[in-house]
Design a protein around this ligand. Structure first.
Ligand SMILES: [Zn+2]
Length: 234
């Protein structure tokens, strides 16, 4: 059966003499894998689709449960991300995150992925990554609650704690024993990124990296694993 899919290449692994197996995030089906034949040959017509972060329209065919790409046309190549290490590594974190969480289609997050790649091409990498992880966590059912202190409902202004189990922030008056304390400047920055659309994000780095450290901590406590590629960014 032939199918038309819009997808971004996340990963390409060699398969046999000249084929590759791609992991792709598709608008229609979420994360899928598909073989692309003969792509390691010099003049392969579909070479571009095996490049990291290629956004293409694919024609795929399925045979005995295996999907292969029979044709593709490139919407946009984000290959130039490789020229900026920060952007490239941040995009790799997004790819890993998506692969872990989104086996099913998630149209909103797909659109966010494209916006993120656009930002990263411009070098706006850290704040974009924070924003994407916040949105991705929300889509996956682990979103952080930014409505102030979850116990007293007041704005948090002095010391701030994260109650990992409930994904809520707490002020100093209600901090639970095992809640994670972190800097108020990190909380302010996280709050700001959460409320800023992708196309208005900025280049601020130091506080933004602290946000990533906090998210790394939250993900490992709440979900029990580390995003490996995030460790290269921190
Ligand atoms: Zn409170």
């Amino acid at each position: 059966m032939e199918e038309k899919l819009n997808a971004i290449t996340l990963k390409a692994v060699d398969y046999g003499e000249s084929d590759k197996i791609l992991t792709l995030f598709s608008l229609e089906k979420g994360v899928i894998s598909a073989t692309v034949k003969g792509v390691k040959k010099d003049k392969a017509k579909l070479k571009f689709v095996a490049e990291p972060f290629c956004f293409a329209e694919l024609i795929t065919a399925e045979k005995v449960g295996r999907r292969s790409i029979t044709n593709a046309s490139c919407h946009k190549s984000y290959f130039n991300l490789c020229q900026n290490l920060n952007s490239y590594f941040c995009a790799c974190v997004i790819a890993e995150f998506v692969t872990l969480f989104f086996k099913d289609a998630e149209e909103g997050l797909f659109a966010d992925f494209v916006l993120s790649l656009e930002n990263m091409l411009k070098g706006i990498s850290f704040s974009t990554l924070v924003k994407f992880i916040l949105k991705g966590l929300a889509y996956a059912g682990y979103g952080l609650d930014f409505s102030g202190c979850s116990k007293c409902a007041e704005l948090i202004e002095n010391r701030v704690f994260l109650d990992v189990d409930s994904s809520c922030f707490l002020c100093e008056n209600y901090a639970l024993e095992n809640a994670l304390e972190f800097k108020i400047s990190t909380y302010t920055r996280l709050f700001e990124i959460n409320n800023t659309p992708f196309d208005k994000l900025d280049l601020e780095q130091e506080n933004t990296k602290n946000c990533l450290r906090l998210l790394d901590n939250y993900i490992s406590h709440r979900l029990g694993f580390k995003l490996k590629s995030l460790q290269f960014v921190l």
